[in-house]
Design a binder for this molecule. Structure first.
Ligand code: MG
Length: 259
């Protein structure tokens, strides 16, 4: 019985396909003294073809921006078509227009996104605008984008590039020079909530910046709070949002794999 429970919990942890397999299996027929009892043959993970070039979308990814159209994005403030600047295969923040977000809504996911901070960002009149943007998972949880290259622009560490904004200091400063492209590979597990609204399991996030681990399975404390402490509120699937914050940050090659 103990072996069965261990196997069941392993299956439940690995995904819904395996969960249904676990439920269909007649565990009473297993001979636990045989190696076959702990081998799974009847279920296989889906076959996914990797991209030709590292960083490009694998075969099962949903491409959110490929450099030619912003038709999967809308302005966050009113749902009108995204009107950031589309040029040279990138979309760039248009000042004073605000955030954009996907039409589609997501939960747990693997996300790849590339971004570029303007070459002259450190000359920004307001230092808080120096390359400031951000990737908001589920419209709430911000992986910060900022000109933190070589720590030339002063900022609190839990707000620098690669931070989970005001919650987690990145494990490393992996920033490319402004004017050069960066990559974020983000692995995100959505939170779950009790029927009474209390958080059941908090959200977790892992972020790889330019190939370097900067957030390692960090337990998100709640939606970003500029002032005060974060506090969870129940929500369901939500958009991926990109922040327009006074700096002409560019984005390209955005794809997502819902998990
Ligand atoms: Mg930001």
């Amino acid at each position: 019985m103990e072996m069965k429970n261990t196997l069941l919990s392993l299956l439940l942890l690995t995904g819904s396909t395996l969960t249904s397999y676990a439920q269909k299996t007649d565990w009473s027929k297993k001979n636990w003294s045989k190696p076959e009892a702990t081998e799974f043959w009847d279920v296989k993970p889906p076959i996914v073809t990797p991209a030709q070039k590292p960083g490009d979308a694998p075969s099962d990814a949903m491409v959110l921006f490929n450099g030619t159209t912003m038709n999967q994005w809308v302005m966050s403030k009113d749902g009108s078509p995204a009107n950031w600047n589309l040029k040279d295969g990138a979309m760039t923040v248009k000042l004073n227009t605000g955030d954009i977000q996907t039409k589609e809504q997501f939960g747990s996911c693997q996300l790849h996104i590339e971004f570029k901070i303007p070459a002259d960002s450190k000359n920004s009149a307001d230092p808080h605008n120096a390359g400031n943007s951000g990737v908001f998972l589920q419209e709430r949880y911000e992986v910060q984008i900022f000109d933190s290259y070589q720590d030339e622009v002063p900022l609190y560490s839990n707000g620098q590039c690669g931070s989970l904004y005001k919650q987690a200091i990145p494990l490393a400063n992996a920033c490319s020079q402004p004017g050069e492209w960066n990559t974020y590979d983000i692995f995100y597990t959505e939170p779950s909530f009790h029927p009474n609204g209390a958080v059941n399991v908090p959200a977790y996030i892992t972020v790889v910046h330019n190939g370097i681990l900067v957030l390692n399975h960090f337990q998100i404390q709640g939606p970003i709070a500029y002032i005060g402490v974060p506090k969870y509120e129940p929500h369901s699937k939500a958009s991926l949002k990109l922040q327009g914050h006074g700096s002409e940050v560019s984005f390209r090659n955005i794809w997502i794999r819902p998990l």
